[in-house]
Design a protein around this ligand. Sequence first.
Ligand SMILES: *Cc1c(COP(=O)(O)O)cnc(C)c1O
Length: 367
Amino acid sequence: MADISTQSRVDLRSDTVTRPTDAMRAAMFAAPLGDDVFGDDPSVNALQEKLAALLGFEAALFVPSGTQSNLCAVLSHCQRGDEYIVGQMAHCYRWEGGGAAVFGSVQPQPLAHQADGTLLLADIEAAIKPDDPHFARTRLLALENTLGGRVIPFDYLHEATQLAARHGLARHLDGARLFNAAVAQAAQVAAGRPEAHPDAHPKRVDVVSEARRIAQCFDTVSVCFSKGLGAPVGSALCGSRELIERARRIRKKAGGGMRQAGLLAAGALHALDHHVERLADDHALAHRLAKGLAGIAQLAVEPPQTNIVFADLVGPARERSDALLAHLAARGVLATGLYSLRFVTHLDVDAAGVDRAAAAVREFFEA
Ligand SMILES: *Cc1c(COP(=O)(O)O)cnc(C)c1O
């Protein structure tokens, strides 16, 4: 990798690798600042107010990471000895170091996913414990959208969260990529219109309306600015004023009280204003990559719904994922492959880069 300059690299490891655009840097540099622990950083306040209003919540809290946002959510909903129902592959169970258990003594109750990423309603219902001293108190249902790049169907989100509410559970959405889901859904809305153009960005009003429709199924929603939205750092948790005040105490204990954080919040604000509808470009690039990988016998490519392409090595090729990743890296193409090969498109890749990635994969198998 050392001889490949960062300029010519095609980095598909994650949508977190984007560098702020010149316009975003300018917005960050110009941001009015204050001390956010005193609550008087105007840029942080503007971001929190903007996101809360956009998604239909009373309040929001800017935090350093999606992990801390989920932690603040789970620990605001649950006490020691409570539990949350969550998917086996959900970020806030599998990928956050067990933080809710470690820092909050909150036990996860993980459930297996169906093929479309949902949790069976019957499984959720069966996992809710009766009021009995043998059991942890089931307090929260935590869902994720998108999950592994899949858009969880809206009707399902509605039903699952209604079920949770009937049982007195709070509902949290890990919407790190909520706007990818909203953009994909808005594209479906647009496809029903005669004037829709398949390659056009969806209309902002449609995206906002889809994002809000999803978010309003939940009591709290976490959104990442540092993924496809292209900001360098930051996430936000949305909820009621009361819950966000609880979350603020947890954020402080977790060391997430930042001072002149407006510098970062301004990047996130810029992303909300300028990088939402364009997520459609990332989705189109993911399609292009999946098409480029189609027909390779050793690969089973999942048709992408948003900006993540998963490809499973099949047959004897299954043993060769490390070799493939090394082959790609030597050609300046970076991907990951923990369970499946994963390619993520974003602001800093283009059609030529994606084509280069597909060609490098093809070359590996043809060699
Ligand atoms: C990335 C991600 C997070 C965590 O974000 P960090 O900022 O990396 O801590 C949480 N949930 C999902 C679904 C994510 O993709």
